[in-house]
Design a protein around this ligand. Sequence first.
Ligand SMILES: [Zn+2]
Ligand SMILES: [Zn+2]
Length: 200
Amino acid sequence: MDMTMVNVNPDLQALLEQTAALHKHLCPRQVLGVRMGMFAAEMFPIELPQNGKRLLAFVETDGCFADGVSVATGCSMGHRTMRLVDYGKVAATFVDTNTGRALRFVPCPDARMRAAAFASEAVTRWRAQLEAYQRIPNEELFIQREVTLTLDLGAIVGKPGTRTTCFACGEEVLNQREVVENGQPMCRSCAGEGYWSLRE
Ligand SMILES: [Zn+2]
Ligand SMILES: [Zn+2]
C-alpha cells in the first residue's frame, strides 16, 4: 500500500492506517478528514472515535474526505450519525447531541500554500499536502467556528424505527421522512422532490 506517513502522533498514525486501508491509498483529503475529526474531539471535548450516537457529523462533500472524518469520529451513514450536505466543500459541522453545541470546520483558504512551504522537500504538490496536512498544527490548518444549526435536530434524526407507506407509490418510508398531503403520508419523491423520473 502506498502511504506516506510522517507524523509521530500515534493516534493520527492509527487512524490514517484505517482510512488508507479503506481506500488502498492515503491521500491529502483523507488526512484532512482525520485531522478535522481529531480537532473536533479536542474542541468539544468529546472522546472519539465514538461507539454511540452522541456526535453527529454533517460533511459538505463525499469522497475520501468523508471517510477520513468517519474513521476519526466513528460517525457513519450506517450509524445514522453522518449526513451528507453536498455543497462540494471540504468542510464539516459536528453537533454534540447532548448539548446541541455545533462546531464547523473548514481548511484555511491558504492551506495548500502553507503545505507547500511546510513540506518544501516534497517532490510534488500532492505529496507536500499529504505530508504537511499530517504535521501543520490545528490552528494553522483549520478555521473553526461555533455555529447554530438552522435545522431541527429532532427532525433530522427522526424517530428511528418508525415507518409508513406512501399512499401514492406504495413504497415504505422510514424515520419520518414522509410529508403529509391531504392528511395522507407521501414520500418526498411523489411529493415532487424526486431526483429521478421513469424513462418513457
Ligand atoms: Zn483519496
Ligand atoms: Zn411515493
